[in-house]
Write a protein of this length. Structure first.
Ligand code: FAD
Length: 403
């Protein structure tokens, strides 16, 4: 049977073709990616790779030979321009490619900041390896870098820029960086970490305007101050790349809507990774997760389903970050309803002290994280979704594994 076509040569797409072959699919497999590079992992682009500490080869999912050895027709630098559900075809310019089953793994693109884009000032976004190369060239000692957005990307860029000796200011409209994901109790720890590393955090401050100023930029803030910058880095989130899906008439609602088998509103078309808004059978809601682990695991599950299996995707969301000497892992999903209690175990100061944190609602653990306490991850994973005795959770003499 076949052919299988995967649109999007990112992590989810590469994992899907790998899983389809591993599941024994013997037909034709085509992987179409708009970027000129081999499929690669993005986390290093704001960490080791950005800091010049790791080569691009470390980030590729498979080397070129793998695709040939597994008879995957990898088409790089090629954009799928249309999808015809009736005819089971995707279009690449004038060429049509027939599929029996299709995966959309088109990922996400950075949300743009119009006032910066139209300013004529030097502005950078970070999504691709090319973006990371350009950004690295600008992270020089004493360079003045203004980062717009105190989310994961913004903070990781801030850390890399400090590592390069640049002067860094982060502008964030909310009272704390990462406030929406972590809540004030833990977001405060990240704020202290960045301040201790010399980052100028401008919090609860809106962006009023960006103007070109000589070779650089002048960034005007709501509090009346103006920041001079050699480069403005915008990290204000991403938008799922749903254009193909919506033009083809697939159901789209903050991402391509898929069921727990990652199947879209058309039975022969699947979606996975940053672009997929998937029904989660344990969380009992649709979630769209913009993280590495989700691209790996959903890509893998989708690949198996393309090959004819019927895998339900019920993995808890997971992500990690590295900033300065702090590494963290987070498992779970707080969701729109929010939490009613936070338990922080350990006494994090601004440095790299280990701690764990848990977000609860009515005594049930919605999510947990560890910072520099790598042995705790399995215990955290085991606790997520469970009701716990809160006093015992607060008591650090009780090991997590005994809760
Ligand atoms: P993408 O990686 O976006 O890949 C989609 C690909 O599809 C792109 O190459 C795109 O060009 C291509 N494409 C789109 N449309 C078409 C088309 N019509 N035709 C052909 N090709 C098309 N997650 C973590 O958990 N931890 C981290 O520390 C972390 N760090 C990150 C750092 C950076 C700088 C970035 C950008 C992301 C980071 N992430 C991290 C998030 C993680 O990288 C993403 O969740 C992951 O890349 C999603 O993979 P994907 O395959 O779904 O989409």
């Amino acid at each position: 049977t076949g052919p299988l076509v995967v649109v999007g040569g990112g992590l989810a797409g590469a994992k899907a073709v790998e899983a389809a072959r591993a599941a024994g699919f013997g037909g034709e497999v085509v992987l179409v990616g708009a970027e000129p590079h081999l499929p690669y992992e993005r986390p290093p682009l704001s960490k080791d790779y950005l800091m010049g500490k790791a080569p691009f080869e470390d980030a590729v999912v498979h080397d070129e030979g793998w695709y040939a050895a597994h008879q995957v027709d990898l088409r790089r630098g090629v954009t799928v321009t249309a999808l015809d559900l009736e005819r089971h075809e995707v279009r690449i310019g004038a060429e049509s490619l027939r599929y029996e089953r299709l995966l959309l793994a088109t990922g996400a693109v950075p949300r743009r900041l119009a006032m910066a884009d139209s300013s004529g000032a030097p502005v950078a976004y970070l999504r691709s390896v090319d973006d990371s190369d350009r950004l690295r060239a600008a992270l020089r000692p004493e360079a003045r870098i203004v980062v717009v957005g105190g989310g994961w990307i913004g903070l990781e860029v801030a850390a890399a820029a400090r590592n390069a000796g640049a002067q860094v200011t982060v502008v964030e409209p909310l009272e704390l960086p990462l406030l929406r994901v972590l809540g004030p109790e833990v977001a405060r720890i990240f704020a202290a970490l960045h301040r201790s590393q010399g980052v100028d955090l401008r919090l609860a401050t809106s962006m009023e305007g960006v103007a070109a100023a000589g070779a650089g930029a002048a960034v005007r803030l709501g509090d009346g101050s103006t920041l001079e910058a050699d480069l403005v880095v915008v990290g204000i989130g991403v938008v799922p790349d749903t254009a193909l899906a919506s033009e083809a008439g697939l159901e789209v609602d903050n991402g391509i809507v898929v069921d727990e088998h990652l199947r879209t509103s058309h039975p022969d078309v699947f979606a996975a990774g940053d672009v997929a808004s998937a029904w989660h059978p344990l969380l009992r809601q649709r979630v769209r997760v913009e993280h590495w682990d989700n691209a790996v695991e959903q890509g893998t599950a989708a690949g198996r389903n393309l090959a004819g299996e019927s895998v339900a995707y019920d993995r808890m969301p997971y992500f990690f970050t590295d900033q300065y000497d702090l590494g963290m892992e987070y498992v779970g999903h707080v969701g729109a309803q929010g939490y009613d209690a936070v338990v922080v175990r350990g006494e994090p100061s601004a440095g790299s002290d280990p701690f764990t944190a848990f977000w609860l609602r009515e005594g049930r653990v919605l999510a947990g994280m560890q910072a520099n306490d790598w042995d705790a991850t399995d215990a955290i994973r085991a606790l997520v979704g469970r009701s716990v005795d809160v006093p015992s959770l607060q008591d650090t003499s009780v090991p997590l594994s005994e809760l």
